[in-house]
Ligand binder design. Structure first.
Ligand SMILES: *[C@@H]1O[C@H](CO)[C@@H](O)[C@H](O)[C@H]1NC(C)=O
Length: 200
């Protein structure tokens, strides 16, 4: 009797499904399958901002996922050319995000001697993890170290004679992003401003 009732409910759901999908679902399901198929770190269906999905397309060929190790918001641990997010995850540090970024992603003197490729791999795994977090609408505290890495790369490129052209990648623009997203660490802001003035 009970079994029969469940079957009837199931049948009702099946027959209702096409009606629902004819109305509102097609665009969303199309989108989710496009996102799910696009990259191993996009674990959810939340629509990504265009800038993020552009990054996902660029990163996809460079990133591998370890599904048996999860990091923030259950995103798989991502690796770019030997650098894993889990090995530089700010959230497993005892330091606050900006403090962690300043010490872990410090640049050498002279600035032009920095290993740009290594900074780029570190940024890759931060951006991939942020995209995964956004796909499930998770907490975006990762933005502080992510912006800081972009800021450091912009400084290094400038010191190496190849300053970025895009407005969004200028040192001072990224400085503002770092500061705006870390109001609780304002005691460190002068240190970040000093870095923005050190471009050689
Ligand atoms: C994936 O993560 C598991 C669990 O931490 C680990 O044992 C394994 O070595 C990792 N695989 C790779 C390819 O890094």
């Amino acid at each position: 009797m009970r079994f029969f009732g469940l079957l009837a409910i199931g049948a009702g759901l099946v027959s209702a499904a096409p009606i629902v999908s004819d109305l509102a679902i097609p665009a969303a399901s199309e989108l989710s399958s496009r996102q799910a198929g696009s990259a191993c770190f996009i674990i959810g269906n939340t629509v990504l901002p265009k800038e993020t999905s552009d990054f996902v397309n660029q990163l996809r060929p460079r990133i591998t996922c370890n599904n048996s190790r999860r990091t923030l918001s259950n995103v798989p641990d991502v690796t770019s050319d030997g650098v894993s997010f889990s090995s530089i995850n700010f959230a497993t540090s005892s330091q606050a995000p900006l403090q962690f970024a300043l010490s872990r992603f410090a640049t050498p003197t002279p600035l032009r001697s920095a290993n740009l490729a290594q900074f780029q791999r570190q940024l890759d795994v931060y951006i991939a993890t942020e995209a995964g977090i956004r796909s499930v609408n998770g907490n975006l505290a990762i933005k502080v170290p992510k912006f800081f890495l972009q800021f450091q790369i912009s400084r290094i490129q400038t010191a190496q004679g190849n300053p970025p052209r895009a407005a969004g990648l200028q040192v001072n623009h990224l400085l503002e992003k770092v500061l705006k997203n870390s109001p609780r660490e304002s005691q460190l802001h002068e240190q970040v401003r000093a870095l923005a003035r050190t471009l050689a």
